[in-house]
Ligand binder design. Structure first.
Ligand code: FUB
Length: 310
């Protein structure tokens, strides 16, 4: 009997501990979480927000990596990658996603292209590579992997934002990205070249920030929807689609017009990462990464996640 009460208490304390930690990164402002589980450790890749308190635009000079073995204590490995590490890029550490393949870590990033003739003078996607999840990373190809010119329906200069990679059970890798519409393409096994055309589709209410994964043979596509952004999702039995809109994962967040999803399974639980502007002096341009549990209904749909206040 006592043992039972103790176990319930321990479970409750575990939940409270994680809740008490939100936002999980507090010593700097961070956005666009991209978690990765590797060797019993969670690596969290994120952009750093350094805008001043009254700023009305993003100031993002670098990407950091954080790691944790328990989802409570996080180590900051520093600004391991910067837009200026790409000779063809100028600034703006927009959303990025790092994925492991055969012991190498491929970090897909979206940045301002230096050449104003390229990507309508806007955002392009590049890829950095490392033998270690915390770096050092270097530009893998010395040029942009994706630019606006590669798609037939480019709408604006920041179309090519927010890359998210996914490797299917059969080893085929994909890159999803986009703003305004969602794009995807196959990646070659080397992870640094496209293997086919760029496809475009428009999930219901899609704004940006796709995140793709597979669970029980069902593909999930979470994304930032509407504006101010909520996180909505769609599912598909084939990664090529059609994607069926499934509704909302999380309502718009505290004090930030944007949010950004990242999902992992770690030690038997599913976690949902996002960002808001809830820290003191926080804002849409001074964001903080938070995490909450993600739970499924028996039919595979996602239970709506209420943002944790503390
Ligand atoms: O952090 C800059 C941009 O804001 C990201 O690329 C978007 O996903 C939004 O979070």
């Amino acid at each position: 009997m006592h043992k039972k009460i103790l176990l319930v208490l321990l479970g409750w304390l575990q939940i409270m501990h994680i809740k008490a930690q939100n936002p999980v990164i507090r010593h700097i402002f961070t956005a666009d979480p991209a978690p990765l589980v590797y060797h019993n450790t969670v690596y969290l890749y994120a952009g750093r927000d350094t805008a001043t308190v009254d700023a009305k635009t993003y100031e993002m000079p670098s990407w950091h990596v954080f790691s944790s073995r328990n989802m409570v204590d996080w180590k900051d490995h520093g600004p391991v990658l910067k837009p200026t590490d790409f000779s063809w890029a100028s600034r703006a550490a927009n959303a990025a996603h790092c994925i492991e393949r055969n012991g190498k870590f491929y970090w897909y990033i979206s940045v301002m292209h230096k050449n104003t003739e390229v990507s309508k003078g806007g955002v392009a996607i590049g890829v950095a590579v490392s033998d270690n999840p915390t770096g050092p990373f270097k530009d893998a190809i010395g040029k942009a992997l994706i630019t606006n010119e590669m798609t037939t329906d480019m709408k604006h200069s920041w179309d090519d934002l927010d890359p998210a990679a996914f490797i299917d059970d059969d080893g085929q890798a994909y890159l999803f990205w986009g703003n305004g519409s969602c794009k995807w393409a196959r990646l070659k096994e080397n992870m640094i070249e496209l293997d086919g055309p760029v496809h475009t589709f428009k999930p219901d209410h899609f704004t940006e920030a796709p995140w793709v994964y597979k669970r029980n043979d069902l593909y999930y596509l979470l994304y930032a929807a509407n504006f101010p952004e909520s996180i909505d999702y769609a599912t598909a039995t084939d990664i090529k689609g059609p994607w069926k809109y499934r509704g909302r994962v999380q309502d718009p967040v505290t004090n930030s017009t944007t949010t950004h999803p990242g999902v992992i399974d770690f030690k038997g639980k599913s976690y949902f990462f996002y960002h808001d502007g809830s820290m003191p002096t926080g804002s849409s341009y001074r964001r903080s990464i938070k995490v909450d549990y993600l739970r499924y209904n028996s039919d595979g749909t996602i239970r709506k996640i209420v943002e944790t206040a503390k």
